[in-house]
Design a protein around this ligand. Structure first.
Ligand code: FMN
Length: 446
């Protein structure tokens, strides 16, 4: 946890910098940023102003026309209500969690995101450093713009690695990346199962998204009207995929690496390959993307330690349910045999608390961290981790929880929860229909 929000102050501005009464009274740099960018929305607006359209759309977008699943994730999250509980002494709130045998300071980490250098050069390094300072998980993507080895130096205590299937030559590259992640000290390996093929992200198609950039008139205009971003790109160069550099030789340029990354990711991971990776990887193994209880069950049978319930931030199947709506069913299926986590529209401490109350052991967030870096550059990582810490404490205090374990016992209303039990059709009418208080609906859904 960075700055004043982390320790014993309940997230308020440190007394030394206070110049009066009120949340806006602090005058250090972090306090000034908090005033200007108090929410995800403020950061996203600022990012929109700072970066070219094609880069903004790449992050904001999802699959299908208008990216409906991104909005659906948000709407579903907003529907989850938590009952406040009062009269509890919440002067000491602990936000720490133990995940896969390691201690982390908060039940939220940075989700794997590829090609983040498009939105801000060195975003991977900025977020990894912030995660290390905040002691929260940082998951590096296969297609990160900073290599797994460099990220291990930046975030040695909190690094996880995400793998896409690279099927050529009987998955030789996949297994080599697994071995490199182990040597680099990654504590957990996430296998992303929800990308059996690339998907059509309509905005990216319209924008002619390409790395290296295609110099169309519109690209030039976009870049010319984003001078801060353009200066950073001039300093650091266009995004590269350095995880692939060892396979191409020293002379490989940006375009070679980008073409290699694109060509090698032709199909996804099968259960058979995932079972072989289980044998090869000695630490925590997490399946990223199970949305059906039967897939969760299969993963548990193979020996996965964790299940990350996600629809890839609305980027893969526009008709997929919101991840938060599937979470209770996967938790029920896991029955404690695997650690269940959630991502998908986790934008604030409130969303983290919602996930905990629905049975997740922790969460990851993607865009919440990335917009912060796009908006604020170097300062964006710490700004985002401090905001999560402050908000988690604020929500915990409202629901009478002094720890994530106590937050997990909160009473929730979750009308969108999916039910998979075959007997569901024959189940008695919902508590609402039976005239009981609607708040019990969420409990019934668990
Ligand atoms: C720009 C961007 C790039 C992403 N790249 C990857 C990736 O390389 N590997 C992966 O498993 N998931 C990737 N994801 C999905 C995230 O890991 C995560 O599931 C998603 O962002 C969560 O939703 P949220 O952004 O609403 O928090 C990406 C998401 C975004 C926004």
């Amino acid at each position: 946890m960075s700055g004043a929000a982390g320790r014993g102050t309940g997230g308020t501005i440190a007394a030394a910098t206070r110049r009066g009464w009120g949340i806006g009274a602090g005058d250090d740099a972090a306090a000034r940023l908090r005033r200007r960018f108090p929410t995800y929305r403020a950061l996203q607006r600022r990012a929109r102003w700072r970066v070219p359209r094609f880069a903004y759309d790449f992050v904001a977008g999802g699959v299908g026309d208008g990216a409906p699943n991104v909005a659906h994730n948000r709407a579903a999250m907003d529907q989850v209500r938590i009952l406040p509980r009062y009269g509890v002494d919440v002067s000491r709130i602990e936000t720490g969690v133990r995940l896969f045998g390691r201690d982390y300071a908060m039940p939220v980490g940075v989700a794997p995101m590829g090609n983040t250098g498009l939105i801000w050069p060195r975003a991977d390094a900025i977020l990894a450093a912030a995660a290390q300072r905040a002691r929260i998980p940082y998951v590096s993507s296969t297609v990160a713009n900073v290599s797994i080895e460099e990220l291990a130096r930046i975030a040695p205590d909190v690094l996880w690695f995400q793998l896409y299937g690279l099927p050529g030559d009987d998955h030789r590259l996949s297994f080599d990346l697994v071995a490199r992640a182990e040597r680099a000290g990654a504590q957990a390996l996430l296998l992303t199962v929800d990308v059996p093929t690339r998907q059509k992200r309509v905005q990216d198609v319209r924008n002619g998204l390409s790395v290296p950039f295609r110099w169309r008139p519109r690209t030039v205009f976009d870049i010319a009207t984003s001078p801060l971003w353009a200066l950073e790109i001039l300093r650091h160069g266009q995004p590269r995929f350095p995880n692939f550099a060892p396979y191409l030789g020293a002379g490989a340029g940006t375009a070679d690496l980008a073409a290699f990354a694109y060509e090698k990711m032709t199909s996804g991971l099968t259960w058979e390959v995932m079972a072989r990776i289980r044998d090869a990887w000695p630490r925590a193994l997490i399946l990223k993307g199970p949305l059906h209880p039967e897939d969760a069950e299969r993963a548990i049978a193979i020996g996965f330690d964790g299940l990350l319930v996600t629809n890839h931030g609305g980027r893969q199947l526009d008709a997929a349910p919101a991840s938060v709506d599937v979470l209770p069913a996967i938790v029920a299926q896991a029955r404690g045999r695997a650690t269940v986590m959630l991502d998908g529209s986790v934008r604030s401490g409130l969303d983290v608390a919602r996930a905990l109350a629905l049975g997740a052991a922790g969460t990851l967030a993607g865009r919440a961290f990335l917009w912060s870096v796009a908006a604020l550059g170097e300062a964006g990582g710490d700004h985002a981790t401090a905001a999560f810490g402050e908000e988690i404490r604020g929500v915990f205090a409202q629901i009478g929880a002094r720890s994530p374990e106590e937050a997990a016992r909160a009473t929730v209303q979750h009308p969108g929860a999916l039910r998979f039990q075959p007997e569901a059709a024959a189940a008695p009418p919902s508590p609402i229909a039976a005239g009981r208080p609607p708040v019990l609906e969420g409990l019934a859904a668990r």
